[in-house]
Design a protein around this ligand. Structure first.
Ligand code: SAM
Length: 316
């Protein structure tokens, strides 16, 4: 109840012009075990890895700003370790525990599922899945889909982490580009039929430098959005809200979701720099943004009821 009051107060303040983030995205490393075609993170020559002490300061900063939901990002979170304490090595579960200790209500992690994630302390696990079988492997490397499937199945068979009554749901995060859009139907059927996957979130390729060639043309993108809305209506487990999907449509070469509403989330990057907007803003690609979060934030900013409800369901 107290949390709902906080959310109502946050929304009221926002309407009065006091805009503070409710959600934070903290990148804790940029080291990765995959070289995905659509991603530029792995290309960083000297990957950075934060210490738990640094992450604590960042969490406290975000919490003090008013944020209550945190998403940890990388790099690959299952590669993260902090060896600075002579008594023990910390891993991603310690980072999640720390976020809960600081006061965050909901903590999510994103992984490529190449390593087992059973026993996670997170409240939600996002697995990056860019299609099925060879479609996914084409983007992420040979054998990656098989490992992803195996680790999702292992997680489904595992027990909740010690001291927890239930396990975090596993959702998949798909990024549609001009090489994998042909497998959307098969991916929807796969997710619907897989009892180990809760929902799918759909994104479009955002053309960061060196990855522009994967950008999907606006006409195809808009047609895919129409198709996804029909899938959603038919009960397929699509996480994006209808309004969030519509906000990702493009007109005159630009997305309808402008970065005007992106203040609902703040970002702290692997180099420790803090920003009220994501790296798409830094790279000047907001007008071609494909992140589902961009669409959802835009719809929240416009007070779309379906988006507010789906956000509450996801986080509370
Ligand atoms: C930077 S990755 C790192 C997390 C993890 N190692 C993984 O592969 O899932 C975080 C998410 O961003 C997505 N992503 C990477 N590049 C993107 C792009 N150009 N446009 C949209 N999403 C992108 C990935 O597919 C992944 O779901």
């Amino acid at each position: 109840m107290l949390r709902l009051i906080y959310l109502a107060w946050w929304q009221l303040r926002a309407l009065c012009g006091r805009r503070t983030p409710l959600q934070s995205v903290i990148f804790i490393l940029d080291k990765c075990n995959l070289h995905c075609k659509h991603c530029s993170v792995y290309a960083i020559a000297a990957p950075r890895i934060k210490t738990l002490a640094q992450i604590r300061k960042e969490l406290e900063y975000c919490y003090a700003q008013g944020s209550r939901f945190v998403d940890f990002e990388g790099g690959e979170l299952y590669l993260w370790r902090d060896n600075t304490d002579p008594l023990r090595t910390y891993d991603i579960n310690d980072v999640v525990d720390l976020a809960h200790e600081v006061g965050f209500w909901n903590v999510t992690i994103t992984t490529n599922a190449q390593l087992p994630f059973s026993g996670t302390h997170a409240d939600q696990v996002w697995v990056s899945m860019d299609g099925i079988g060879k479609w996914h492997d084409n983007i992420r490397g040979k054998g990656t889909f098989e490992r992803l499937e195996r680790n999702i199945a292992l997680y489904a068979q595992s027990q909740p982490a010690a001291g927890r009554r239930k396990k975090a749901p596993v959702c998949v995060n798909m990024v549609i580009n001009n090489e994998n859009y042909g497998c959307i139907d098969a991916t929807m059927e796969y997710v619907k039929a897989n009892p180990d996957i809760d929902k799918i979130s759909v994104n479009f390729h955002t053309p960061f430098p060196e990855t522009e060639q994967l950008f999907l043309d606006p006409v195809t993108r808009n047609a895919i959005i129409d198709k996804l809305i029909i899938y959603k209506k038919r009960g397929y487990p699509i996480m994006n809200s209808r309004s969030g999907l519509l906000a990702m449509k493009m007109k005159d070469g630009k997305t309808l979701c402008t970065d005007r509403y992106c203040w609902t989330t703040n970002f702290i990057f692997s180099d420790g720099s803090r920003s009220p907007k994501c790296m798409g803003y830094t790279h000047g690609v907001c007008d071609r943004c494909g992140f589902s979060m961009g669409g959802e934030m835009s719809a929240v900013g416009k007070m779309k009821i379906d988006t507010l409800i789906s956000g509450l369901k996801l986080r509370m």
